[in-house]
Design a binder for this molecule. Structure first.
Ligand SMILES: Cc1cc2nc3c(=O)[nH]c(=O)nc-3n(C[C@H](O)[C@H](O)[C@H](O)COP(=O)(O)O)c2cc1C
Length: 181
């Protein structure tokens, strides 16, 4: 129920998660977003099974080469093991000379949220994270990002091991006005 929607706590996600066929279905649903001019300005990179540890090793190498503290390096190594499935939603804008980048990036954000909602509707828990890797050039190379591509989010999907308690919500009335002439 959307009125009670909550993200999972990233520290309490675990097995099981969607299997590859279930995930493909979720990704198809996630891609049904508003998308001006049908550009499809996003793509998915899926991390399942051992690929999660291998990607974590790559992140750890990046930080290790920067002489970051061992605790940070090891945290990065385990980052993608926090859920059975992680999906990078990549904003992949198309230069058609008329569709603003902003619109295309918003569409990628909609994909992230739609993926979470699709996962929730199928009984999975999930959370949308960015963390440092979404903004790091070397991590972008490791991901295989191309020119102008950016990580819109990493969707961590699995089973919640602890219900997320309700959290303070924005006061919508304070943020809403009715335009008058
Ligand atoms: C673009 C974006 C990036 C986010 N990145 C992080 C993050 O890196 N770490 C984090 O703890 N929460 C992050 N969040 C917040 C969580 O996705 C989530 O909204 C938050 O835990 C509150 O849960 P709720 O969705 O139940 O309100 C991000 C949210 C958005 C929209």
């Amino acid at each position: 129920m959307l009125a009670l929607r909550r993200s999972a706590n990233k520290l309490f996600l675990g097995e099981p998660g969607p299997d590859p066929a279930e995930l493909d279905e979720l990704l198809s649903i996630a891609a049904r977003v508003p998308d001006h001019r049908k550009l499809g300005p996003w793509r998915f990179i899926v991390f399942e099974g051992e690929a999660r540890a291998a990607f974590g090793d790559g992140l750890a190498d990046i930080l290790s080469k920067r002489n970051k503290p061992a605790s940070e390096v090891e945290e990065a190594r385990k980052a993608f093991l926090r859920a059975p499935v992680v999906v990078a939603v990549v904003s992949s804008p198309v230069d058609d000379g008329r569709t603003p980048l902003w619109e295309q990036e918003l569409s990628a954000g909609a994909v992230c949220y739609n993926l979470l909602l699709a996962a929730n509707a199928s009984g999975w828990a999930g959370v949308w994270l960015t963390e440092w890797a979404a903004f790091d050039g070397d991590a972008g190379v490791l991901l295989g990002l191309k020119d102008k591509e950016r990580v819109a989010g990493f969707a961590y999907l699995g089973t919640s091991k602890m219900p997320s308690p309700e959290r303070a919500r924005a006061d919508v009335s304070e943020r809403t006005s009715r335009w008058k002439a």
